[in-house]
Design a protein around this ligand. Structure first.
Ligand code: C5P
Length: 235
């Protein structure tokens, strides 16, 4: 039986990947399935937390694993929507976990009709940068709130792990998160897969924990690392 060691924790978790519309039928997206974020939500709920799961384009069969009386599910399609919904959810949360893959850029203009080759085409799309949601959540966070980020990184040339770690540490610093969960991705690993291997970097840049296994097992390890950082916030 799982311990109810997160009883009283209110946690907001984003999952999935944003889609930035180009025209009514096309978007810029990524390969995040939402499985890791959904596993986090399910594990947190079983351990007694009150969960708000913000799903960005998560398929129904994946989302079904988040059916639990303590999980409230909200939807967000684009990075801008996700930013708004997460800011709302964070306002009443003790902990915030940004597991969603957010598009760094969005098309400057969204065509209101399908772009066609004969109407000038889509050979290039002008992009503008999206705001960094998790960095914003850190800036505006409530006293005592724990903020966790994720980073999907490909290793350096010839599988250079030191380079990957250095890059992850810079990311932790830049975003200001209390915990950065780093998973190595490549064509064969990470996204869309049932298993995951991660290392967690704390606020001083140290590797505080590593975990590998099913996404549910990784979720449990992330919550184990988060728990000691948590102090219940009133209201
Ligand atoms: O910089 P990178 O995209 O690798 O950072 C990943 C982390 O930052 C994830 O936690 C992701 O949810 C978050 N992120 C964000 N807003 C963005 C880009 C990434 O919150 N615009």
């Amino acid at each position: 039986l799982a311990p109810r060691d997160l009883e009283g924790m209110r946690i907001a978790i984003s999952a999935g990947g944003t889609r930035e519309p180009i025209d009514p039928v096309r978007y810029l997206g990524n390969r995040s399935s939402g499985r890791q974020g959904v596993a986090l939500a399910a594990e947190a709920a079983v351990r007694g937390a009150e969960v708000t799961l913000v799903a960005a384009n998560v398929a129904g069969d994946v989302l079904a694993e988040a059916q639990h009386p303590s999980i409230r599910i909200l939807q967000a399609g684009t990075a801008a929507e996700l930013g708004r919904v997460m800011a709302d959810a964070a306002a009443s949360a003790d902990a915030v976990v940004m597991a969603a893959a957010v598009a760094d850029y969005r098309p400057l203009e969204v065509a209101d009709r399908k772009l066609t080759k004969d109407a000038g085409g889509i050979a290039s799309i002008e992009l503008v940068e999206n705001e960094d949601i998790v960095a914003g959540l850190v800036r505006t966070r409530r006293d005592g709130q724990v903020v966790v980020g994720f980073a999907a990184e490909t290793p350096g040339a010839e599988g250079d792990q030191d380079e990957l770690l250095a890059r992850a540490r810079r990311k932790q610093k830049r975003k200001g998160v209390d915990l950065l969960v780093v998973n190595e991705v490549g064509w064969e690993r990470g996204f869309e897969k049932g298993h995951n291997a991660v290392m967690m970097i704390g606020s001083d840049g140290d590797v505080v924990s590593t975990a590998s296994g099913s996404k549910r097992e990784v979720a449990a390890a992330v919550l184990d690392a988060l728990r000691p950082l948590w102090t219940a916030i009133r209201n």
